[in-house]
Design a protein around this ligand. Structure first.
Ligand SMILES: [Mg+2]
Length: 107
């Protein structure tokens, strides 16, 4: 189960089921440890891209988008192993959004 909401069909005509199948094939082929390392690497790349965009480098927008995609794909793969139903991640998202909303209302 993907815990990130995706459109029903992507621009290449892949359905959510196909995306899930590809992610499942990847995590099965390379295993959790390797994909955790890849997740870590992609998160670092996203952080670097975010900093470039923050420095007002307009050309960096595409890089941030690509790195977000990489991180989403890696999160999907890791999530398939550590939270197969997606319920725990969903619960954590709900709690964090509630906390964020609390901060918004407090300021
Ligand atoms: Mg990347």
């Amino acid at each position: 189960m993907m815990f990130v909401e995706l459109s029903d069909v992507d621009s290449l005509g892949r359905s959510v089921d196909e995306r899930e199948r590809i992610c499942r094939e990847a995590i099965t082929k390379w295993g959790l440890n390797e994909q955790l390392a890849q997740l870590s690497e992609e998160c670092c790349e996203l952080g670097a891209a975010a900093n470039q965009l923050r420095r007002d480098r307009k050309w960096a927008r595409e890089g941030v988008i690509e790195e977000i995609a990489d991180v989403v794909i890696m999160c999907a793969q890791v999530g398939m192993v550590i939270d197969p139903t997606g319920k725990d991640v969903e619960q954590a998202i709900k709690q964090k959004l509630a906390r964020l909303e609390g901060k918004l209302r407090a300021t």
